[in-house]
Design a protein around this ligand. Structure first.
Ligand code: FAD
Length: 418
């Protein structure tokens, strides 16, 4: 059977948030591209389903009308106004995302099942510059000279798609990463997460605060309860893989035991019902800088290990890295330069300049979470001090303030009430 040969400017493997992010901006720059996904949308993705301000920011930059659409449909995109931290000693601390909010302030975050959110993004990719193949199977990827060719089967037809650049936006088990970056010596840090959908949980915050429960047995991981539209909730746990291995933890048993026995959590689940099977997936954490591009390729989102090591958020960074990758392509095309040197400067350096500090602080905070006493101490103090609560609130938007959290002087100041 003869193959259909197609030449394009950019091949994107994966149509999740990272793939959608790059596609939106390539369309804005009028750059033709092809997106290939092995699944057919709408498709599920194991996740906590919480979208942060960074997600909203990229969507707004791609097209302000799309963010307006999200904000207008609060029954679908449940607005979230803050976080409840529950310390290992059981004390809960409510931290609003927007401490100085006015009537006009919009909720910075929102939650909705990834089945629906990724489908929303997927549908927004449609444009004269974007050709999408969903439900496609990629055979081999050939890198010769300055060209990458992907052999793909779609609807029983074989294609050979060629471009000067390929983007790996194909998630945690990226085949593009495997082919192009298998020689990387930077060690990968993983967390493993479980997700369960429930309905009928009581005691949810009236402004849909997402809840992180730092249970002593799960540190430096946590159990989360995130409210979803329609009175449902996403409940899950995430723990570092090395901790699971070292302590021989059965994550599923541990999560169900907390739901059944924890004195604060169990009563809220008394009449709750599990509505779907419990599923697990990996979170590739951004613990340290690593190469995310090379000759004729770039990696975005989970394929580039960009999950925030403290919060476990990866949707915002996937979209954001997609946006930066599109900007790099816009620079590379007129120069026809897709070399490792060019892409490192136009993509890796820009991404780490913008996100590097935030990721470093989160990596430090994640390490600090190993110490339950430190957590208890901060929460106990913040419980009594409105100004400390306000400072912690501001840390969600102010990176300089968040950096304070990772310094010993912050804890000394609290100790001495300064
Ligand atoms: C348990 C858990 C909870 C989480 N909770 C949150 C949260 O609450 N908030 C948050 O921001 N982040 C959370 N994350 C992280 C978040 O899910 C990821 O960071 C995010 O999905 C990354 O987006 P992506 O586009 O890079 O990859 P994905 O969303 O994984 O998308 C990859 C796409 O590539 C496609 N693909 C894969 N392989 C191939 C192939 N061989 N050929 C063609 N297509 C392919 C897939 O079908 C998929 O559509 C969580 C993760 C886990 C595991």
């Amino acid at each position: 059977m003869s193959k259909n040969s197609i030449d394009t400017k950019v091949i994107i493997v994966g149509a999740g948030p990272a793939g959608a992010g790059i596609s939106f901006f390539l369309t804005n720059y009028e750059i033709p591209h092809i997106v290939i996904d092995k699944n057919t949308f709408p498709r599920d993705k194991v996740c906590g389903d919480a979208c942060s301000g960074k997600t909203a920011l990229v969507i707004k930059r791609a097209n302000p009308d799309w963010l307006a659409e999200i904000l207008e449909h609060s029954e679908e995109f449940l607005p979230s106004w803050g976080i409840t931290f529950v310390a290992p000693n059981g004390k809960a601390l409510d931290i609003p995302f927007s401490p100085n909010r006015t009537e006009e302030t919009k909720a910075p975050g929102f939650t909705l099942p990834r089945l629906d959110f990724d489908d929303f993004l997927f549908r927004k990719m449609a444009s004269p510059y974007c050709t999408i193949y969903e439900g496609a199977t990629i055979g081999n990827i050939i890198h010769e000279g300055n060209k990458v060719s992907v052999n793909m089967t779609h609807d029983a037809t074989e294609y050979e798609i060629s471009a000067p650049i390929i983007i790996g936006a194909d998630g945690d088990k990226s085949i593009v990463r495997k082919q192009f970056l298998s020689g990387s010596t930077v060690p990968k840090t993983y967390a493993v997460g479980l997700r369960a959908y429930y309905e009928g949980i009581t005691g949810m915050h009236r402004e849909n605060f997402i809840e992180l429960h730092f249970l002593p047995e799960m540190l430096p991981g946590y159990l989360w309860i995130f409210p979803l539209p329609g009175g449902k909730a996403n409940v899950g746990v995430g723990i570092l893989s090395e901790v699971i291995r070292d302590k021989k933890i059965n994550l599923r048993e541990q999560m169900l035991a907390a739901i059944k026995n924890n004195p604060q959590i169990a009563p809220r689940f008394a009449n709750a019902r599990l509505t779907d099977k419990i599923q697990g997936w990996g979170l590739p954490l951004a613990m340290e800088r690593q190469p995310i591009s090379g000759n004729n390729f770039m990696l975005c989102g989970d394929a580039a290990s960009l999950v925030d090591p403290f919060s476990g958020e990866g949707i915002g960074n996937a979209l954001y890295s997609g946006m930066l990758a599109a900007m790099a392509i816009k620079e590379a095309l007129p120069a026809n330069d897709f070399s490792a040197t060019f892409l490192k400067k136009a993509y890796d350096d820009v991404l780490y300049k913008r996100l590097g500090d935030e990721l470093k602080i989160s990596a430090t905070l994640q390490r600090l979470c190993k110490y339950p006493w430190l957590f208890n101490f901060v929460v106990n103090k913040a419980y009594k001090s409105p100004s400390l609560r306000n400072t912690i609130s501001c840390m969600f938007t102010d990176m300089d303030l968040r950096e304070q959290l990772s310094k010993p002087s912050f804890y000394l100041k609290i100790l001495f009430n300064r």
